[in-house]
Design a protein around this ligand. Structure first.
Ligand code: C2E
Ligand code: CA
Ligand code: CA
Ligand code: CA
Length: 278
């Protein structure tokens, strides 16, 4: 028994060791990736209840020389851990703002482009100046830019986050609360930070037709948002019946594979005409 315990213990150590080696290697590969331009921006359209394009979410992609495609869900937490998230965020902001003119020309109506920020970004007040400078340089209308943050971004340091978001508002841009409802105490903070949009997490949307509870949660988030005069965006919309149910419940913005997967700028025109055909 003792020996089994020992071997299972070393098996566990192996796994832990391999994981931490990969973590450190990815952390190192991030610096190379920034220099070698291995990061790319993909855009996922957001659609209004009448089917018109109302915006795009910018999502980072990494085709690494280290290990092929690495998912943001893996490397973003590592970038936060090793202190490189600020560089990635700046890289992405520059890319998106450079492509802004081209994106705006693809659509005839006013749109917004959303960028994701991480918790670390909200502690870095110098990011505000960077955003402002990049907007000026690329002639970006601040009102066309939205920043998506998650609950973890402001829970740790509410005062800082509130200040940061206030500055974003002063620039003229808007803020969306991502993954709304999945955290611990979303509600109590809604009155303390400036938010324009709530994004309903796709874990709720996924169960829309199977779970009465998830449907009630979605409807409650929508009602709450409406009473705060916020926009409501549902993510992970994969089927026509998801779409119809969410529009019935009062969603203002819909995002998901039903309309388009995230695509690079070069494929965006085609994605948009496919949406217009449906
Ligand atoms: P998120 O911000 O909640 O982004 C939504 C995720 O859902 C994206 O995954 C998107 O590709 C995926 N998605 C979109 N439509 C559907 C659908 O219909 N069904 C399903 N199953 N999934 C859908 P992605 O691109 O892998 O990003 C994962 C997470 O990584 C993001 O979650 C965000 O938290 C983070 N992330 C991505 N790009 C950035 C970035 O530039 N900066 C930061 N800080 N985080 C990022
Ligand atoms: Ca997001
Ligand atoms: Ca989300
Ligand atoms: Ca997420």
């Amino acid at each position: 028994a003792k020996e089994t315990g020992k071997s299972s213990c070393s098996f566990f150590d192996d796994k832990l060791l391999r994981e931490s080696v990969r973590k450190v290697e990815i952390a190192n590969a991030i610096s190379t990736a920034l220099v070698k331009d291995e990061f790319q921006v993909f855009y996922q359209p957001k659609v209004g209840p009448n089917g018109g394009i109302i915006g795009f979410e910018a999502l980072i992609r990494w085709q690494s020389s280290y290990d092929g495609i690495i998912a943001p869900s893996e490397f973003i937490p590592i970038a936060e851990w090793c202190g490189k998230i600020g560089d990635i965020t700046r890289y992405l902001i520059s890319c998106v703002f450079r492509e802004y003119r081209t994106i705006v020309k693809l659509v005839s109506t006013t749109i917004h482009i959303s960028l994701n920020l991480s918790a670390h970004d909200l502690r870095d007040m110098s990011l505000i100046g960077f955003i402002r400078d990049e907007m000026v340089k690329n002639k970006v209308n601040p009102q066309h830019i939205e920043f998506e943050i998650t609950e973890s971004s402001y829970l740790e340091n509410l005062e800082n986050a509130a200040l940061f978001l206030q500055e974003i508002g002063t620039l003229g841009s808007t803020v969306a609360l991502d993954d709304f409802g999945t955290g611990y105490s979303s509600l109590s903070y809604l009155s303390q930070i400036e938010v324009d949009t709530l994004k309903i997490d796709h874990s709720f949307v996924k169960q829309l037709h199977e779970s009465d509870k998830d449907r009630f949660i979605i409807q409650s988030i929508i009602n709450l948002g409406i009473s705060f005069s916020l926009n409501i965006c549902a993510e992970g919309v994969e089927t026509v019946s998801d779409r119809d149910a969410l529009i019935d419940m009062g969603c203002h913005q819909l995002q998901g594979y039903l309309f388009s997967k995230p695509v690079p700028l070069g494929a965006l025109a085609e994605a948009l005409s496919a949406i217009n055909r449906t």
